[in-house]
Design a protein around this ligand. Structure first.
Ligand SMILES: Cc1ncc(COP(=O)(O)O)c(C=O)c1O
Length: 357
């Protein structure tokens, strides 16, 4: 008997979500972020569903290479630029647009020479203090970047720290700081990630950079994906492989962390942290058994989980179990452990087959 544990990837949902982003941003170009293997969905598969995007963006030259090998011929952006000469040469040969966020990269560009076709993306740190040139250096580094870039010129970009919190003044502060620093510079601009696309329309500018929205997930805990009109792209599912009849006070799983409050059935499903269903998910985390809610009962082990089957009197071995996706938003699962949904979808491991639907 095979282990029926799969991540189904709904390509129509990804196309639909891209259209939702277009509707939200109207005139901006869309840079679809597909790093980390397309947020766990499979990078070339996701690229195939995003033919209508304006660019794709990845984090590493290896990801860019995978996209080119997979047949992506259009514009491609390397979000962190290059870390060394080998990365730079690879990025050049792949004809990708590169982000430059520190002086050492500008120096290397000067020494090695950019492909004349390439645009440069100049990253300004508007307050997140992760990557980017300080606001005070923007005018000076822009002049340096312009002299190195190809005819496509320089695109100015920045990234937000708190756009998922609409009431947080940080995003406005970042926008204002960026605008002051970029005053008078003749360049297109890209600021907004998914949360800013939703919450800060003044940040949309020339190019937006959505990631999580494309996968049908809300970046803002205050707005559900369904309210935004998104459809989940990944459904992680398995099936019941055993059912135990337990008595009141019986304990379940490693550490005996669940004690049966009454005589009850405990279902066992074929998924665990070896598949990327994290061990930190607590008792009471929802799943769907035959489309209806059931709950984790006992610690997640490497290959298996145990479920409270009260209220599921007809459930039997072989019945479908959905961990997240269709009918159960991954945001709700993530909230049970106070993690972000990004971490769950990116964490599905290689042993789980991805199937396009
Ligand atoms: C520079 C940059 N832009 C855009 C994104 C997309 O973010 P999100 O998935 O929140 O839309 C990311 C992702 O982390 C990023 O690092």
């Amino acid at each position: 008997m095979g282990r029926n544990t799969v991540a189904s990837i709904d390509l129509a949902a990804i196309r639909h979500n891209l259209q939702i982003v277009r509707n939200l941003t109207s005139t901006s170009q869309i840079v679809s972020v597909v790093k980390a293997d397309g947020y766990g969905h499979g990078i070339t598969r996701v690229a195939g569903a995003l033919q209508d995007t304006d660019l794709l963006a990845v984090a590493t030259p290896g990801e860019a290479a995978a996209l080119r090998e997979g047949g992506w011929k259009d514009r491609l952006l390397l979000l962190e630029g290059f870390a060394n000469a080998d990365d730079f040469e690879l990025a050049q040969s792949l004809q990708v647009e590169m982000v430059v966020h520190q002086q050492a990269q500008l120096d290397m560009l000067e020494q090695r020479g950019m492909s004349p076709k390439n645009r440069l993306w100049l990253k300004i740190d508007s307050g997140m203090h992760r990557l980017g040139f300080p606001l005070s250096d923007a005018q000076e580094v822009f002049a340096a970047a312009e002299s190195l870039a190809g005819p496509g010129g320089v695109i100015l970009m920045s990234h937000f720290a708190c756009a998922d919190e609409p009431e947080n003044p940080m995003t406005q502060k970042q926008i204002q700081g960026f605008d002051r620093a970029a005053m008078g510079l003749d360049a297109r601009q890209s600021l907004a990630n998914s949360a800013a696309i939703l919450n800060f329309p003044t940040s949309h500018r020339d190019l937006v950079r959505p990631g999580i929205l494309l996968y049908g997930i809300s970046p803002d805990p205050a707005q559900s994906a369904a309210t935004i009109g998104l459809k989940p792209a990944m459904t992680l599912s398995s099936e019941l492989v055993a059912i135990n009849h337990c008595a009141e006070d019986d304990c379940v799983g490693y550490g005996s962390t669940y004690q049966c409050p009454e005589d009850m059935r405990i279902g066992v499903a074929a998924i665990g942290y070896g598949d990327g269903y994290p061990r930190y998910l607590p008792n009471g985390t929802p799943v769907l058994v035959n489309g209806k809610r059931a709950f984790l009962a006992g610690r997640v082990s490497m290959d298996l989980i145990t479920l409270d089957l009260r209220g599921h009197d007809n459930a039997k071995i072989g019945d479908p179990v959905i961990l997240w996706g269709e009918g159960l938003a991954v945001e709700n699962v993530a909230a049970c452990a106070n993690v972000v949904p990004y971490e769950l979808i990116c964490g599905v491991t290689g042993r789980v087959p991805r199937i396009s639907v």
